[in-house]
Design a protein around this ligand. Structure first.
Ligand code: ATP
Length: 220
């Protein structure tokens, strides 16, 4: 059966989620307190309705408990975001994702049982900062405070060497989980695989180890 989604708050973030889910063929109910926003998404989402989601009656009348996944993308009005989350939890919504504005907001959302909390501005800021600091880092995903997955462009320093030649796992404690070469992607490459300059190495490991690898073997 097709999953049903509801997106509350149609700002840039919520709007983008709504658009993307719809493009992927999902059923999406778009909700916003602002009629102009709702009109903007009426031809994109399966349904778009005006409503204040801090009102339990509104949420009940929309049958919100039947949705598989609700995304709360209310930004500036932290109180409305928290209250909406609380009501959805009480109504028994299965999966709730909430956009957090700051650490305090996140703490409260965790306490009241939000299933997933996202910080789009903070995360994108970190990714861009990593890319600015090193031209070789294409993308970056934080796994914990100390571990990440990064995409690094292989430089001339590693060109023509195999993974075993470089002894990356033993020397740096990191793992190359995949190599992107043009349109091809080599998942879990063999130790005998030879790196070519321009390959994109997808690496998982501790930040300090990844930095050491990058400083020693990638940077000019
Ligand atoms: P973005 O950065 O994603 O553009 P933002 O963080 O600036 O958004 P806001 O614009 O404050 O967030 O809120 C996003 C949307 O949530 C707005 O369109 C706003 O009308 C809507 N919204 C705010 N309060 C409520 C509410 N109680 N019920 C429903 N929608 C609401």
């Amino acid at each position: 059966m097709k999953k049903e989604f509801a997106v509350i708050g149609l700002g840039r973030f919520g709007g983008s989620i709504c658009r993307s889910l719809s493009q992927q063929g999902m059923d999406v109910l778009a909700i916003d307190i602002d009629e102009d926003k709702v009109n903007e998404y009426s031809s994109i989402a399966s349904h778009a309705v005006v409503g204040d989601t801090t009102d339990e009656v509104v949420l009940k009348s929309l049958g919100i408990r039947n949705f598989d996944h609700v995304i709360i993308a209310i930004g500036d009005n932290i109180q409305a975001s928290i209250l909406t989350t609380l009501i959805l939890k009480e109504l028994g919504v299965k999966h709730i994702t909430v956009k957090a504005q700051n650490d305090y907001h996140e703490k409260v959302l965790t306490k009241i049982g939000a299933d997933q909390i996202v910080h789009p501005e903070r995360d994108m800021g970190q990714r861009i900062a990593h890319n600015i600091v090193s031209n070789n880092v294409l993308d970056y995903l934080e796994l914990s405070d100390e571990h990440s997955i990064v995409e690094i462009i292989a430089s001339k320093h590693v060109d023509g060497y195999s993974l075993i030649d470089l002894d990356i796992r033993a020397k740096y404690g990191i793992n190359i989980v995949a190599i992107k070469r043009g349109k091809d992607i080599l998942v879990s490459p063999q130790a005998s695989e030879t790196i070519i300059k321009g390959d994109i190495l997808i690496i998982i490991g501790a930040d300090t180890d990844i930095n050491r690898f990058e400083k020693n073997l990638i940077e000019d």
